[in-house]
Design a binder for this molecule. Structure first.
Ligand code: ZN
Length: 104
């Protein structure tokens, strides 16, 4: 009989709560869901934190603002997925124009 300090599903719980965080660059005000930057501050209890992160928009290393805002995080996530889909579509269109290699 052993007592393990291991808590099952902790990672999953962390990911789920991390999805509610929004990271914002104080320099260019570019905002993104915190999950996209691999920021795991789900255990943070206060509402607003600062984390060292590189902005994907202005490429500056900055003390980004981390805010718990599930609604905004969700909206930003949808926007990012939308942009990714547009990119995939554009790439596919560019590829179909040229001789696309076939995969056997
Ligand atoms: Zn920025």
């Amino acid at each position: 009989m052993s007592k393990t300090p291991f808590i099952p599903n902790l990672n999953q719980a962390a990911i789920e709560s991390a999805e509610q965080w929004v990271i914002e660059c104080p320099k260019c005000h570019h905002a993104a869901p915190a999950m996209e930057r691999g920021v795991f501050r789900a255990w943070a209890s206060s509402k607003s934190k600062r984390v060292l992160a590189r902005c994907t928009n202005c490429n500056k290393l900055t003390l980004a603002k981390l805010t718990k805002d599930p609604e905004r995080a969700y909206t930003l996530r949808i926007e990012e997925i939308d942009q990714q889909l547009d990119q995939i579509e554009a790439e596919e269109r560019a590829q179909s124009g040229s001789s696309a290699p076939s995969i056997n």
